[in-house]
Design a protein around this ligand. Structure first.
Ligand SMILES: Cc1cc2nc3c(=O)[nH]c(=O)nc-3n(C[C@H](O)[C@H](O)[C@H](O)COP(=O)(O)O)c2cc1C
Ligand code: SF4
Length: 512
């Protein structure tokens, strides 16, 4: 008898040919699942065996006949055979809490979701009641995964304590950072988890409506979420009596229009209100006056999706992962010039070197590593000499870097860091919402200063431009209203500090 086959329907797997492989797999029992996030192996086909699922990848449609033949005899003899998928070191050494179902379940199957722990968190929250649920989130130490790492429990308590007839839950799924894809993977692959997290948040803080604000570049996530919302609603997980709580909560998906700044929470709220996304001054904070001026809990996808497990297993279970004040696990995303790109969920505290070298396998080009940009386009470029820094919010802040949303973009020694510094300023100029002067004007001046620095005919000309550039970075850092202008100095200053030669400078000049 032919065994059951599993193939991801995730958009990255599809982009590299999973649908063609599915078409070639005629007359077999095939389930389209989420992806494991071992992206360098996609399309990764898995086959049930008495020992567990064995994998083959990266597969093309042309490999299918030989694969089916191999399954009649010794599957391990096939050149693309990977053995038991869960024994692959990349996966086996991970600590998958948030992505526990990745690659295993079908995204829109409520049966699969429930068979793998789905809705245990919601049931527990209903049993505990709002006060205890908020306390559990607080005690877990969960911090926002959108970048700022603010303690989630404080926000929950703040919104819960407000007196308002209408409050909102807003999920930030704008995921604009370079090299990131964890939000997309989760929304496409495990949409009920996000819905469950938002429903728990709603009944806990007293909000009866939610929005998921998804970037327009994620059409598959939008379609999957919309279908999942219908399924959840018709099964009583949304609506007038959420999970038997006696409380009402419902939500919808809204699609952004392609602006990086609309990932900033207050610009996002403006955009949701139908306006152009412009950053609002704080205070008032969104927890008190957010969407339409009403109390609003804004969280990243991963923050909200962490909540069901925290409720199901308890705060202490979650706190047992991580280090210092960075508790729980983080789905790091390996991208750029990397051999084994993909998702690595581990407790905070492993080093950047372990991530890039052990999991990532070094550069895809095979050339020496030059740097990794951690935390998106506003993150610092970290040189290999600092790769032993543990992935922990405070440890990264101590080296002038940030973890952000966990994206890691790797570069080999052919990357020109002066070009990357210029790109950062240009990015800021293009994405600036225009509300404050340092960012609106300073970023454009920044591009010009870097151009002058690179064109300077002699040493003294270069020195002069370095002083101006550093002054400008300080002005942007301390004078900007939000982190777009405030943090663009990170990639620029780190490029200048660690790679002065790319700017035609001696080390000592760049360090002045
Ligand atoms: C320029 C800019 C872009 C941002 N983009 C995102 C984003 O794409 N996704 C996200 O979750 N947070 C983003 N943030 C952070 C949000 O402003 C906010 O901190 C987050 O939504 C809060 O959720 P959390 O508590 O779960 O982290 C961005 C911030 C800035 C300044
Ligand atoms: S720093 Fe830039 S993006 Fe942020 S508020 Fe000011 S102008 Fe807008």
């Amino acid at each position: 008898m032919m065994p059951r086959f599993y193939l991801p329907a995730d958009s990255l797997a599809r982009a590299v040919g999973a649908d063609e492989v599915a078409l070639a797999l005629q007359n077999v029992d095939l389930q389209r699942t989420s992806s494991r996030g071992l992206y360098w192996l996609e399309p990764l086909l898995e086959v049930d065996t008495p020992q567990g699922r064995i994998g083959f990848g990266p597969l093309t449609a042309a490999d299918v006949p030989s694969l089916l033949e191999a399954l009649q005899g010794d599957p391990s003899a096939h050149p693309l055979a990977l053995g038991l998928v869960e024994e692959l070191p990349y996966l086996k050494t991970q600590q998958r809490l948030l992505f526990a179902r990745a690659g295993i379940t079908r995204p829109l199957s409520l049966d699969d979701y429930r068979a793998h722990g789905g809705f245990e968190g919601l049931n527990r929250a209903v049993a505990l009641g709002g006060e205890q649920t908020a306390t559990t989130v607080f005690d877990s130490g969960l911090r926002g995964r959108g970048g700022a790492a603010f303690p989630a429990g404080i926000k929950w308590r703040t919104v819960r304590a407000t007196q308002a007839a209408q409050k909102y839950i807003v999920c930030n799924a704008d995921e604009g950072d370079s090299g990131t894809f964890a939000d997309r993977m989760l929304m496409e692959g495990d949409p009920f988890l996000l819905i469950e997290g938002m429903a728990i948040a709603g009944i806990t803080v007293g909000a009866n409506y939610g929005y998921i604000y998804v970037r327009s570049e994620y059409p598959q996530a939008v379609a999957t979420l919309r279908e999942a919302l219908d399924v959840a609603r018709s099964n009583g997980y949304l609506g007038a009596n959420v999970g038997g709580s006696g409380q009402a909560f419902d939500m919808e998906v809204r699609v952004g229009a392609g602006a990086y700044i609309c990932g900033e929470e207050t610009a996002l709220l403006d955009s949701l209100e139908g306006k152009r996304g412009i950053v609002r001054a704080k205070p008032p904070i969104p927890a008190l006056q957010g969407l339409f001026g009403l109390p609003t809990l804004v969280h990243n996808v991963l923050t909200l999706a962490s909540v069901p497990l925290i409720l199901a297993k308890g705060a202490q279970f979650y706190r047992d992962y991580g280090m210092g004040r960075s508790l729980g696990t983080m789905p790091f995303q390996l991208a750029g010039n990397i051999r084994h790109g993909g998702l690595v969920e581990r407790a905070f505290g492993l080093t950047l070197r372990e991530l890039v070298e052990d999991y990532g396998g070094g550069t895809a080009s095979g050339r020496p590593l030059k740097a990794a940009q951690v935390g998106g386009p506003l993150g610092a470029w970290v040189p290999p000499s600092q790769f032993d820094t543990p992935l922990d919010y405070e440890a990264f802040a101590a080296i002038g870097a940030m973890l952000g949303h966990g994206g890691v973009v790797v570069a080999d020694d052919s990357l020109d860091m002066a070009r990357m510094a210029r790109f950062a300023m240009q990015f800021c100029a293009e994405e600036s919402c225009g509300k404050c002067t340092p960012c609106r004007i300073g970023s454009t001046r920044g591009v010009e200063v870097i151009d002058r620095l690179l064109a300077a005919p002699d040493q003294s000309g270069r020195d002069e431009q370095v002083i101006i550039l550093k002054d400008l970075c300080d002005t942007l850092q301390y004078g900007s209203l939000c982190a777009l202008g405030g943090m663009v100095s990170f990639p620029v200053a780190s490029a200048l500090k660690y790679f002065p030669a790319d700017f035609g400078l001696q080390a000592s000049e760049a360090d002045q």
